[in-house]
Design a protein around this ligand. Structure first.
Ligand code: UDP
Ligand code: MG
Length: 315
């Protein structure tokens, strides 16, 4: 089998600094792949503009005007990386046999894309790009990301270790993905649920070529909470265990108090009392917040709002 139409889907949010370089490299790669007849000459790159506030869109529009192999999808506002990616994939599946999703910042090695396509030709529907090591990430990014993976696994969310959103998907895999209707998207948790034959390619992640990370700590945290609460009910169960431990502790205190009373030693000191009030109060609030996180999830899912709005599609 040869000559499948490939779409490289690139979500972009305020990426004006890196976009010229990204486009140059991706175009060169696409050219060489088309020349090698690895993919069809109808293949293209699709930049998804996620409501950027800088010149990103005008640059994308310029590229797509000059170049038939570049397309631009303009979303009406900022909907976040995961939704922007979904918009790109859903649009690309109309005419592409395979999609490869990749970040705009060139942190993922684009040179493994031909290898991904070869694995597709060998019959894989999903090919994950997996980072070998993350030496070029900052210490902070590296440790928080590693903690994130460990925590996710311990919470019962299956995801591919050290894989972000750099992956190849066949059309039928994207079709399957589109059937998952949840609004709180966590793609790297969803994709493994699809099934089909999968494989991985390995690469070294490099530093961001230009511009700043669009994932500050606050966004990373809410991404982690999204990931856990949309895939696992384990935290709800943990609350029960926490409550049980507290019951046991209070039982022990009760026994101690009764014994002390019988021995004629008065129970004194309000410090311990205050301490336990605050301690228990804190625990109750934490537990409530976990439940609130799930209720919030139900709230957003039940509204069935569209994930994104397409303003323009330049082919
Ligand atoms: N991105 C997006 N919408 C957002 C935030 C980010 O489309 O609201 C894109 C961004 O342009 C980039 C990708 O998501 O292509 C990953 O972002 P970034 O590289 O900043 O994340 P990091 O690699 O630091 O985790
Ligand atoms: Mg990045």
């Amino acid at each position: 089998m040869d000559n499948s139409v490939l779409a490289i889907v690139v979500p972009c949010y305020n990426e004006q600094e890196v976009l010229p370089l990204t486009n140059k490299r991706l175009r060169a790669l696409l050219d060489s792949m088309m020349q090698d007849r690895l993919v069809s000459s109808d293949s293209y790159i699709m930049y998804v503009n996620d409501g950027s506030r800088d010149d990103t869109w005008s640059m994308i529009a310029g590229y797509s005007e000059q170049d038939t192999h570049v397309r631009g999808l303009k979303l009406a506002g900022n909907v976040g990386h995961q939704n922007a990616l979904m918009a790109g994939l859903e649009t690309a599946r109309q005419d592409a046999d395979i999609t490869v999703s990749i970040d705009a910042d060139l942190q993922d090695d684009i040179n493994v894309i031909p290898e991904m396509v070869k694995k597709f030709d060998e019959g894989n529907d999903i090919v994950y790009g997996v980072r070998r090591k993350r030496e070029t990430d900052t210490f902070f990014k590296r440790t928080t990301a590693q903690m994130f993976y460990k925590f996710m696994t311990s919470m019962g969310v299956k995801s591919v270790y050290n894989h972000a959103d750099f992956r190849l998907m066949s059309r039928r895999a994207v079709d399957a993905l589109c059937q998952y209707e949840e609004r709180n998207l966590f793609l790297r948790g969803l994709v493994p649920l699809i099934g089909y034959k999968t494989d991985s390619v390995y690469y070294d992640r490099s530093a961001r070529e230009a511009g700043e990370s669009k994932y500050p700590l606050s966004k990373m945290l809410s991404f982690a909470i999204d990931g856990i609460t949309s895939f696992s009910v384990k935290p709800l169960r943990l609350i029960f265990y926490l409550g049980a431990v507290f019951m046991l502790i209070s039982l022990a205190i009760l026994i101690y108090v009764i014994v002390a009373l019988c021995q004629g030693r008065g129970v004194q000191g309000w410090a311990s009392l205050m301490l336990s009030i605050w301690f228990v109060g804190g625990c109750v609030l934490i537990c409530l917040s976990v439940i609130a996180a799930y209720i919030g999830r139900i709230f957003t899912e039940s509204k069935h709002r569209p994930r994104y709005n397409i303003e323009k599609y330049l082919k």
